[in-house]
Design a protein around this ligand. Structure first.
Ligand code: FAD
Length: 404
C-alpha cells in the first residue's frame, strides 16, 4: 500500500470537481481522481445548456420555475444562491474560454427548455457540456499544483475520530493507495450506472454516496431520481442517447403511434415522462415518437447537429421523419446532504455536483440547472476550504510563534 499527501483531494473530474480545483489557491497541492478516463463523465454529455439570470426582471420567474419543477420541496436559500451566483459563473466561463452562442449583435443567445417560462439558457450547439468541461480541464491542466490521476478509483474515505482525512483508492494496476488530505471533496456524479436504462455513463454508481453512508454521513432524498422523457429508442445495448429538452423548446412535439399529440411538451420532466408511459401502456408499445416537423431545418442542423447525426446513424432522418423515444433514468436529485458551503455532516468532507444534495432541485430538477448548480456550489466549497485552511495556517503559525 502506498501513501500520498496533499492539501485537498477531489474525487471526480466532471464540472464540479474541476471547477472546485480552479477556485482553490495555486499554492495548495491538489490531487484529483477519475474512475476511468477523463472524458468518461456525464458533464461531457450535457447537451441543452446552462441557465443564467439574464437580468433582474427575470429573477422571480426563474426562482418560481425552479420551485415549481421541484414540487416546492427545494431549499429556497440554495435556489437563491444558485440564481444570484449564475451571472458571475457564466462571465467566468467566458473568461476561461467557453464559447457560448451569440446573437448577431454579439450578445449571448439564450434558448429555452421544458418548464422554463422564458429563454434563459446559454448553450454551445448541442454539446454545451463538452465545451464547458473540456475548457475547464484545459485550464486545470495548466495548473502545476494539480495532479490528475486517471483510472484511480476511490474505494472509501479515510476517517479518524469522526473527521475525514482523505481517501483510499485502487490504482489502474490494482494497487492500493491512501491519499491523506486536509480536506476531501466528493464529486463522484450520479447513480445511472445502477440502472439498466440510463443516459449516464455506466461507471457512475453513486460511490461517493456509498462511502458517505458507510461512515454515517447524512444523506438526503435518496429516492429522488429523475427520468428523462425523451431518449432515443434503440434495441442496441449500452447508454441511452438523450434528445435534449431544448429540442422541444424549439418546437419538436411528441406523437403517439396514430400521429396525435398527447401532452404539452413543455411541462416539467416528471409530468411529460408520466404522460409518455401512460400513452405507451394505452397503445401497448415500447416507445412513442418525437417529431421535428415544426423545427426549421437550419435549427436542426445548426442547433442540434449532434442529435441529428446520432438519429441518422440509428436510421432516422429527423428532418423528414419522427424519431422513436422512450424515457430513461437521467439525474439524481438526492445525495450527500450538504449545507450552503457544500460541507457534509463530517468535518473536512465536502460534496459537490450531482452526488451532493444542497436542495436546489427539490423533488425534480429544472432543465439546465444542474451544470449551474454544480459550478456555483463547487466554487462555494473551494472558498470555504480555503478560508478554513488559511485560518488553521494562521492558528498554527500563531501557535508556533507563541511556543518558540
Ligand atoms: C446525457 C445528459 C445530458 C445532460 N444535459 C444537461 C444539460 O443540458 N444541462 C445541465 O445543466 N445538465 C445536464 N445534464 C446533467 C449534468 O451533465 C450532470 O448533472 C453534471 O454534469 C454532473 O457533474 P458532476 O461533476 O457532478 O459529475 P460527472 O460529470 O458525472 O463526473 C463524475 C466524476 O466522478 C468520477 N468518479 C465517480 N466515482 C468515482 C470513484 N469511485 N473514484 C474516482 N472517481 C470517481 C468519474 O470518473 C467522473 O470523473 C445532463 C446529463 C446527461 C447524462
Amino acid at each position: 500500500m502506498n501513501d500520498m499527501y496533499c492539501d485537498v483531494v477531489i474525487v471526480g473530474c466532471g464540472v464540479a470537481g474541476l471547477y472546485a480545483a480552479l477556485w482553490l489557491p495555486s499554492d495548495k497541492r491538489i490531487v484529483m481522481l477519475s474512475k476511468e478516463d477523463l472524458a468518461s463523465c456525464d458533464s461531457m454529455l450535457a447537451q441543452g445548456g446552462i441557465c443564467v439570470l439574464r437580468d433582474e426582471t427575470d429573477y422571480d420567474a426563474y426562482f418560481e420555475d425552479t420551485l415549481r419543477a421541484g414540487h416546492y420541496e427545494n431549499r429556497r436559500e440554495s435556489v437563491e444562491l444558485m440564481i444570484r451566483g449564475s451571472r458571475s459563473v457564466i462571465d467566468h466561463l467566458l473568461a476561461l474560454g467557453v464559447r457560448f452562442e451569440r446573437n448577431a449583435d454579439g450578445s449571448l443567445a439564450y434558448t429555452r427548455e421544458g418548464a422554463h417560462s422564458a429563454p434563459r439558457i446559454c448553450f454551445h450547439k448541442d454539446i454545451t457540456g463538452k465545451e464547458i468541461t473540456s475548457t475547464l480541464l484545459a485550464r486545470v491542466r495548466e495548473r502545476s499544483n494539480v495532479s490528475l490521476m486517471e483510472y484511480t478509483e476511490m474505494t472509501d474515505i479515510l476517517v479518524e475520530k469522526g473527521t475525514c482525512r482523505g481517501v483510499a483508492a485502487k490504482t489502474r494496476d490494482g494497487g492500493s493507495l491512501h491519499i491523506h488530505a486536509a480536506d476531501t471533496v466528493l464529486a463522484t456524479g450520479g447513480i445511472g450506472g445502477l440502472y439498466e436504462h440510463s443516459t449516464n455513463f455506466p461507471l457512475l454508481t453513486g460511490d461517493g454516496c456509498e462511502a458517505a453512508r458507510r461512515h454515517g454521513v447524512k444523506l438526503e432524498h435518496m429516492d429522488y431520481v429523475q427520468i428523462h422523457p425523451t431518449c432515443l429508442y434503440s434495441t442496441r445495448p449500452g447508454r441511452s442517447f438523450l434528445i435534449s429538452e431544448s429540442a422541444r423548446g424549439e418546437g419538436a412535439v411528441l406523437l403517439n403511434h396514430r400521429g396525435e399529440r398527447f401532452v404539452d411538451e413543455l411541462l416539467p420532466r416528471d409530468v411529460v415522462t408520466k404522460a409518455i408511459h401512460q400513452e405507451m401502456e394505452k397503445e401497448g408499445v415500447p416507445f412513442e415518437y418525437l417529431s421535428f416537423a415544426a423545427v426549421p431545418e437550419e435549427t436542426i442542423l445548426g442547433h442540434f447537429p449532434h442529435i441529428f447525426e446520432r438519429c441518422l446513424a440509428e436510421g432516422y432522418d429527423i428532418r423528414k421523419e419522427p424519431a422513436p423515444i422512450v424515457p430513461a433514468q437521467h439525474y439524481f436529485m438526492g445525495g450527500i446532504y450538504v449545507n450552503r458551503d457544500s460541507a457534509t455532516t463530517m468535518a473536512h468532507l465536502y460534496a459537490v455536483g450531482e452526488t451532493s444534495c444542497n436542495g436546489v432541485h427539490g423533488k425534480n430538477r429544472l432543465a439546465s440547472n444542474s451544470l449551474l448548480e454544480s459550478l456555483v456550489f463547487a466554487k462555494r466549497a473551494a472558498h470555504k476550504i480555503t478560508e478554513n485552511q488559511e485560518r488553521s495556517d494562521t492558528y498554527e503559525s500563531n501557535y508556533n510563534a507563541a511556543c518558540c
